[in-house]
Design a protein around this ligand. Structure first.
Ligand code: GAL
Length: 346
């Protein structure tokens, strides 16, 4: 593993400057008002927003809209969390940023439903791993998420829509995609607009990859079974040089385990398992830097360079779970994620 920060650093300096005058109103403009200005990623540290509050966007994903990054994730904030979920008002929170380091809280993207006896978004339910895509045909932002009961037996996927990336999103429904169980999940949008749902199914033993209908609101009816019997969850997808990659974890609940990645020439496979993408000590490699994958974000203008986004869950205090964002690079078709105590994109 190389030690030179320069070699590993991402050169997107000027991104904020380049996008600052893009004409969008509020998002990102008020940042730095109260919190400190961040210049580096601190994997595993407490990450506060521009008002100085710890960011609540666990199991999240990122969407770039007109030069503004939107981070949607699970809101497990102490205000809403008392172990039973009874005090919960918010499921998904959204943050905006122009530099990926300094984030402004855009508020509740998906609210809890408190006035119905039984609802997918009732405070005592499970809503995890929200991911948002923009559908060019309908002009709608579509959020997909894992919906469950506390025993994780409901095993469904939920869909919500909004006309704005920050929400609020209107919840539509949940279902078992293609009739199959669905727990950890993510979505992927190809350059031609075709989108896919990737979800742990069949008791988490096998990952299903399901093509979505043109409006992204339902599966289109075509899916493949991947990594049969390998118990992969927490899928995070990206593409590079015409190939597709999935980084995933094994199934050990909130405890970290060894990541594995796989490669394919098409989203519907066939997929080839390629091994552990983490570089470093045995301990770092075995436990994915004490974290679990959630998303891989391409760095614009830097082919082969990505940010690996992962969660360091704190099972005893889920709101205090930390974010582990690390440099991921693809070189000669091989994926490598390296640990950095602190790093910056230059
Ligand atoms: C993990 C999963 C998380 C959450 C957790 C519950 O394996 O990736 O999203 O569901 O289990 O124990």
């Amino acid at each position: 593993m190389g030690t030179g920060d320069t070699a590993q650093a991402f050169l997107i300096a000027g991104l904020a400057a380049a996008t600052a005058g893009c004409g969008l109103a509020a998002p990102g403009r008020t940042m730095h008002s109260m919190g400190e200005v961040r210049t580096k990623f601190n994997p595993g540290g407490i990450w506060t927003d521009d008002a100085g509050k710890p960011i609540q966007a666990h199991g999240g994903g990122i969407l770039l809209v007109d030069g503004v990054w939107y981070w949607h994730g699970e809101d497990k904030s102490p205000d809403d969390w008392n172990g039973t979920g009874a005090g919960r008002t918010s499921w998904v929170r959204c943050y905006s940023s122009r530099d990926l380091l300094n984030w402004h809280d855009e508020g509740v993207a998906l609210a809890a439903v408190r006035d119905r006896a039984v609802h997918d978004l009732s405070p005592g339910r499970v809503v995890e791993r929200p991911k948002v895509l923009f559908n060019r045909r309908t002009g709608k932002y579509v959020m997909w998420m894992h919906i469950d009961t506390h025993d994780y037996k409901y095993a469904r996927t939920g869909v919500a829509v909004s006309l704005s990336p920050a929400g609020p999103f209107e919840y539509l429904e949940s279902f078992r995609p293609d009739g199959a169980e669905s727990r950890d999940m993510t979505v992927w949008q190809d350059a031609d607009g075709t989108a896919y749902l990737l979800h742990s199914s069949e008791g988490n033993a096998t990952l299903h990859i399901s093509r979505l209908a043109a409006d992204y609101l339902h599966p289109a009816g075509e899916f493949v079974r991947a990594f049969e019997g390998r118990y992969r969850e927490a899928p995070a997808v990206f593409s590079h040089a015409g190939r597709y990659y999935i980084v995933s974890s094994h199934c050990t609940g909130w405890k970290p385990n060894e990541a594995e990645y796989a490669v394919a020439d098409a989203m519907l496979g066939p997929w080839t398992v390629a091994g552990n993408p983490c570089a470093g000590t045995d301990e770092q490699r075995k436990l994915t830097f004490e974290s679990q994958s959630t998303y891989v974000l391409p760095v614009p203008g830097k082919p082969g360079r990505f940010i690996f986004m992962a969660d360091r869950w704190n099972a005893g205090n889920l709101p205090d779970s930390r974010y582990v964002w690390l440099p991921l690079r693809v070189a000669d078709g091989k994926v490598e994620i390296v640990w950095r105590d602190a790093w910056e994109m230059r």
